[in-house]
Ligand binder design. Structure first.
Ligand code: AMP
Ligand code: ZN
Length: 463
């Protein structure tokens, strides 16, 4: 099977083969764990999960090493911990757990390795020492900065020249920078902030913490020791994050003759709300956690995969409704022709072929629809292919009766989840947080759960 990917580095569609036949190495930039992931973040996680699933099917599950990091030290985390008045570890542990749960509900498999930035501070410091001694970095006012002028290939991934970077004000200007395009490798810890002491030969004092770009470079080096096959992330990471990862890794002696950090660079397009990218800063976010109260994880996943990963995806209620309708049709068929426990089948070649064409999920979905039509005419082989093809896409993994029972309730809310929401509402009321109490009532009403407050407490029933 020939696999093609669009490589952002060359801007071309290329044939993919791993550098080493017995190991396929993939790294994707993971979440900064200070808050809930939104559905745009989930798009990146689901897209690269689909890539992971394809590579496992083609090369064998044991041969694919997929690392997705956890950024557990960052300004936003420090700010969130300060606001909640709790230690940083409380915030990062809580949101790492929530991230795993939410992505798991969307069928995202756990990565092979999930390195945490704070477990690799030493590797980051070694990398900085290397950059300083090779003349690619300089220390000033407690910071260590990467000197962009010393790396002639800077801009190779994003195709942005240094002049354009400055003109477009896409880089932060700061007094301690020689050049506005220089970026932070290490920053000083302010009073009360967490920090690690620096090696004495850096020429700065006090404690500090790594820059975000450096974290990924050091973790890739630590996990894979050299260039990797595929590096992924959202399109917004192409510049400056990935450009900076390349600069650091190549200049620290990461051996970039063969490839700049990764041979293939894959970037997913944005999930948009109307004309705007979904982002926390714009305040237009939708959380998988909230959607999961109403929609099954498979419905959300199907919706996220309904557009090709490099295309923008405009998020609407309609996409979810259509996804549910399509999955209903598959499940109805599976209900009509119950599955006998035949040996699990290999995924159908046509689904693998579609995914091997630059992860063409809409085309893989079309294959499943065609199989459904065949299965509806009593083709048993097509029915089991539908199952195994669904498995590769992370859907159709439920018992049809369970699927329809939940669908009929018009909500993914289990009895336990409803009780938990009512408990939260009681608590909100006792704290006189009526806004929150009303919001919970509304959430329940949207899920068609009717509630009645009485002297014996609150009763509920499904409407
Ligand atoms: P962040 O936590 O912002 O670093 O994002 C985590 C991942 O989600 C990165 O790969 C981002 O590129 C990706 N991402 C963030 N917002 C969106 C969006 N609206 N659409 C698609 N991907 C996104
Ligand atoms: Zn990264």
């Amino acid at each position: 099977m020939t696999i093609f990917f669009h490589n952002s580095l060359s801007g071309k569609r290329e044939i993919f083969t791993p550098a080493k036949p017995d190991r396929v190495s993939v790294y994707v930039c993971g979440p900064t764990v200070y808050s809930y992931a939104h559905i745009g973040n989930a798009r990146a996680a689901v897209v690269f999960d689909q890539l992971f699933r394809l590579l496992r099917a083609v090369y064998g599950a044991e041969k694919v090493v997929y690392a997705r990091n956890i950024t557990d030290i960052d300004d936003k985390i420090i700010a969130a911990a300060r606001e909640a008045d709790v230690p940083i570890g409380d915030i990062t542990k809580k949101f790492t757990k929530i991230y795993r749960e939410d992505m798991g509900a969307l069928g995202v498999l756990p990565p092979t390795i999930e390195p945490h930035a704070t477990d690799h501070i030493e590797a980051m410091q070694v990398m900085i020492s290397g950059l300083l001694s090779r003349g690619h970095a300089y220390a000033r006012e407690g910071h260590v900065l990467f000197d962009v002028e010393t790396y002639k290939a800077y801009g190779q991934l994003s195709k942005i020249s240094q002049d354009e970077m400055i003109a477009g004000a896409r880089v932060e200007i700061a007094p301690y920078k020689k050049n506005p395009a220089d970026f932070v490798l290490w920053k000083p810890a302010k009073e009360g902030e967490p920090g690690w002491s620096v090696p004495s030969d850096w020429g700065i004092e006090g404690t500090g913490r790594p820059g975000w770009h450096l974290e990924c470079s050091a973790m890739i080096e630590k996990v894979f020791e050299g260039p990797i096959d595929i590096h992924g992330g959202g399109q917004d990471l192409r510049f400056p994050h990935h450009e900076n990862e390349i600069a650091q890794s190549c200049c620290a002696g990461g051996g970039c003759d063969e490839a700049p950090l990764a041979r293939f660079w894959l970037h997913n397009g944005f999930l948009n709300m109307g004309d705007d990218k979904m982002s926390k800063s714009l305040g237009n976010i939708v959380l998988p956690r909230d959607l999961l109260k109403k929609w099954d994880g498979e419905t959300i996943r199907w919706a996220l995969l309904s557009a090709h990963y490099r295309q923008p995806l405009i998020w609407t209620q309609k996409i979810l409704e259509q996804s549910k309708k399509q999955l209903d049709r598959f499940y109805r068929l599976m209900e009509k022709f119950p599955y006998s426990n035949e040996a699990p089948m290999e995924p159908p070649q046509k689904v693998i072929e579609a995914l091997s064409d630059d992860l063409n999920t809409p085309s893989a979905m079309a294959v499943l629809h065609a199989l459904r039509d065949k299965a509806a005419n009593g083709d048993r082989e097509a029915l089991s292919q539908l199952r195994s093809g669904g498995q590769l896409l992370g859907v159709l993994q439920q018992n049809p009766a369970d699927w329809f029972r939940r669908g009929a309730q018009g909500t993914g809310l289990s009895d336990e989840a409803i009780e938990a929401l009512l408990q939260e509402r009681r608590l909100a009321k006792s704290k006189k947080d009526y806004g929150k109490a009303d919001a919970i009532r509304e959430t329940l009403a949207e899920a068609n759960i009717l509630i009645e407050d009485g002297p014996q407490g609150t009763k509920w029933r499904r409407g």
